[in-house]
Design a protein around this ligand. Structure first.
Ligand SMILES: [Zn+2]
Length: 272
């Protein structure tokens, strides 16, 4: 068998990924239980713990693209990718693979689940099926000496609009920082926070809020990053004995290949 790519190729052309190992959570068997404990703090009730994150490079070899995130029945149709990583890595079933530089723009209709904020100390965090992840774009600057430098812009939520609270009419577009904010955790994964918009008022005690009520529909378009679930085991056939250049044969450390499927619901990333 001839290698079609090499470790050097992974280094020069591979994308950076974060590989997290998956292990079953012991809560699944506590007290004769069959299935995860919904209140478990170790696994957030999912039955799986993701640990030992490691950043490394992988080649994306081939993809089974699904042209739509949602089919005509609004059911998620995840695509799948084949990754090749260095042979010392051993991704296994259920591991999580995050393509760190990858960004996807998605658009969806949701119903508000987060309780409305009442006090300024309240959060009204809405956990979306995919985390909000900012995308940095560069734009020619018109300021300064006129020759134009480069400005960075971070995009995250690009469109958010709901129905007017308590009515069946479509409301106005919500403005980030005024009607909502995005709360990021230490890994840069964000949740929508309605609090500032829930509490918006005219300064004389009259609400000017245009955020939806709990249960109301809103449309949101935002950036996220693709996170894949490993759905097979590395191809062990790729540990091979090469005789093409050495009559005695030598162990050749071949990259390993594994398949990942885009995860269709990532609320496991946030503690409820
Ligand atoms: Zn658990």
């Amino acid at each position: 068998m001839q290698p079609t790519f090499s470790v050097e190729q992974i280094q020069s052309q591979g994308v950076w990924i974060r590989w997290e190992s998956a292990s079953r959570c012991p809560c699944s068997k506590l007290n004769g239980r069959h299935g995860a404990d919904a209140d478990c703090t170790a696994c957030n009730g999912t039955g799986w713990i993701f640990h030992t994150p490691q950043d490394t490079q992988a080649l994306i070899q081939s993809a089974e693209f699904s042209p739509k995130i949602y089919n005509q029945n609004m059911v998620f149709e995840p695509g799948a990718l084949f990754f090749s990583a260095r042979s010392e890595h051993c991704p296994a079933f259920m591991d999580r693979i995050t393509v760190l530089e990858g960004r996807m723009r998605i658009s969806m209709l949701r119903s508000r689940l987060a309780e409305r904020a009442v006090l300024v100390t309240d959060d009204a965090l809405e956990t979306l099926p995919f985390p909000i992840v900012s995308k940095t774009v560069v734009k020619q600057s018109t300021s300064g000496d006129g020759r134009g430098g480069i400005d960075d812009y971070d995009l995250d939520v690009v469109y958010l609009r709901s129905v007017n609270a308590g009515t069946n009419t479509v409301g106005t577009v919500l403005t980030e920082g005024v009607d909502f904010t995005v709360d990021y955790n230490s890994e840069g994964l964000g949740q929508l926070n309605w609090a500032v918009g829930d509490l918006k008022n005219d300064g004389h005690g009259h609400s000017t809020s245009i955020t939806p009520n709990v249960g109301d529909t809103f449309t949101i378009t935002y950036y996220t990053m693709p996170i894949y679930r490993v759905i097979d085991f590395p191809h062990s056939i790729r540990n091979t004995m090469d005789k093409s250049k050495d009559v005695g044969g030598r162990n050749l450390s071949m990259p390993i290949q594994f398949k990942g499927s885009l995860i269709s619901d990532l609320r496991e990333l946030f503690e409820e």
